[in-house]
Design a protein around this ligand. Structure first.
Ligand code: BGC
Ligand code: CA
Length: 335
């Protein structure tokens, strides 16, 4: 089954390549860890749009959250003749395999969103990473929550001068899960809040998992004992919001409100913020990252002086292999 669909994919790919003529003949092969991820959808759209603007071509595959499938896809993409890879690894610790494949084929590889360890990235001079600094998003998330708490001392429902919070975490081992969890709490502390995590749970970036967990916490802990929810991304924040709303929280009554913060600034989170259901988020700039990844891929294929090439496009390469796109706090006026 998989074999058949793969062959069909490759045929479609070859057809797509042969039907058009490309400016610099940039043929990008890309794998996304899981198409059903809301943030990665924004990322994909950004890459496709930029590829079109560049007059290049891109073929993007769904790795279905399975590293074995992704490794096969990389082989197939390489044998179909792509000249650069943009890879969103399923398991960032397994990036060595992909680097070795790219190295063997002598084509560059740009990793996105899931950062391979520096030791792995260093093993190939044509391996790059385009992303955003995870600790920055955690810090900004903690800061925007702290700003609200200072304006709203009534957050402290049990009057113990501490913030009892729930932490909803992304996939285990993801740099954004580790560092957002750490730096959001650090920023709270740095601004004088005394955070106390009453429960922390892994909801794998997923709205439904987060909603179910939050429902269970509300049952076991009691919503009156929860003073904030910090989620590593918007989807999980929205899951928490659903659970809160089902318990008559965050529906407009100021007595029944628990601040919920996320990261990404996905459209659905911005809508929830407009409705007053969610406090804030941090823009994870999918457009900027997708654009930079494609620009870098194209520059790498053209083989000129990458550093100045990329600089002229408004990006900077640091440590010879990183492009960092900044995060940005997003809040709405008070309702
Ligand atoms: C985003 C999450 C997304 C994850 C996928 C993170 O940077 O904030 O929403 O699920 O990347 O790897
Ligand atoms: Ca308290």
């Amino acid at each position: 089954m998989r074999k058949v669909s793969m062959t069909a994919l490759i045929l479609a790919l070859i057809l797509a390549f042969s039907q058009c003529s490309f400016a610099d003949d940039v043929k990008i092969g890309s794998c996304i860890y899981r198409f059903s991820d809301a943030f990665m959808l924004r990322f994909r759209n950004a890459m496709s749009a930029e590829t079109e603007r560049e007059g290049a071509s891109i073929f993007i595959l769904d790795s279905q959250n399975d590293q074995t499938i992704q490794d096969q896809q990389v082989d197939e993409l390489i044998s179909s003749g792509v000249n650069v890879l943009i890879i969103n690894p399923v398991d960032r610790m397994a990036a060595q395999n992909i680097i070795d494949k790219a190295k063997n084929a002598n084509i560059p590889v740009v990793f996105i969103n899931r950062e391979p360890p520096a030791e792995i990235l260093k093993t190939y001079d044509k391996a790059y990473y385009v992303g955003a600094k995870a600790e920055e998003s955690g810090t900004e998330q903690g800061e925007l929550l702290a700003a609200y708490l200072k304006e709203h001392p009534e957050y402290d429902k049990n009057n113990d001068k501490k913030l009892q919070f729930v932490m909803l975490m992304g996939e285990n081992g993801h740099q954004d899960m580790i560092l957002r969890s750490e730096y959001s709490v650090k920023a709270l502390k740095d601004s004088g809040i005394v955070p106390v995590q009453i429960v922390g749970a892994i909801a794998n970036w997923d709205k439904l998992q987060a909603m179910n967990m939050m429902n269970a916490f509300i049952m076991s802990i009691g919503s009156e004992n929860i003073e904030a929810v910090i989620a590593n991304n918007d989807e999980m924040a929205l899951g928490a919001v659903e659970a809160l709303k089902a318990n008559d929280y965050n529906k407009g009554n100021p007595e029944m409100y628990i601040p919920v913060v996320g990261v990404d600034a996905n459209a659905s989170a911005l809508d929830a913020m407009d409705r007053g259901e969610m406090l804030g988020t941090v823009l994870n700039d999918a457009d900027g990252q997708g654009k930079a990844a494609v620009k870098l891929a194209a520059a790498l294929v053209s083989g000129k002086d990458i550093k100045s090439d990329i600089k002229s496009l408004g990006y900077e390469i640091t440590d010879n292999r990183y492009i960092w796109i900044p995060y940005q706090k997003v809040t709405r006026g008070e309702k």
